[in-house]
Design a protein around this ligand. Sequence first.
Ligand code: GEK
Length: 242
Amino acid sequence: MNPQKDSIYANPLGEVDSFKFDEKVVNVFPDMIERSVPGYRAIINAIGLLAEKFYQDNTRCYDLGCSLGAASLSMHHHIARPCEIIAVDSSAAMLNGLQTFLRQSDEVFNIRVECADIRDIAIENASVAVVNFTLQFLPIADRQSFIEKVYQGLQPGGILILSEKLEYDDPRQQTLQTDLHHLFKQSQGYSELEISQKRSALENVLLTETFDQHRARLLNAGFSSVEIWFQYFNFASMIALK
Ligand code: GEK
């Protein structure tokens, strides 16, 4: 797969369909996510560092909603000893992209790829769980039971790294952060049309919550400590400790 420049929303579309992680998106995904999610690269690098610190021998790392496996690859490169990384995504197109990359690489990866809905899989014997910009795509009603399953699947001392686009209770802050993200996308070369058509495509697909809502859910599930370790405008990454 040759990563291409994202121009999916560059031309006027009469009707903007709901966003889907299909083949068209897969081909441009690395470019799309880097130019759309402020701090994405820094978060991916830090996931590797956190995995290195929290990985316990003979346990597993889970990358839930792995897309093309950027977080799995970062964990693989930082945990410089045998480990089992399970990369899960429900998009067959994404996983084809990841599998093609793994097959074509000269390196041997201990990444097991699973095409499944993260709500349906078993999570067992984990020391590191990564949910990097994926929870936001689950219906809100399904989030508590999913987070509880992650908590139950973690070993004592385990970590969940949860990254999300955030929403704000204060309308002024909500407007400001939305505008700042808009400016970020402009600075990355996206046009007004691209930004607005993408926003329409994500409506009712990407459902944001406040940090307080995430924190309350994580504590409710049993995590003993929840903090934001990184934030760039309305994109944040949290660590939840078991
Ligand atoms: C990264 N973590 O590069 N079950 C499994 N996968 C799902 C589900 C579900 N129910 N819903 C959505 N997905 C990655 C980036 S992208 C974020 C994650 C973004 C998958 C979906 O197919 C897509 O691959 C991923 O979650 C979200 O670190 O595009 O904004």
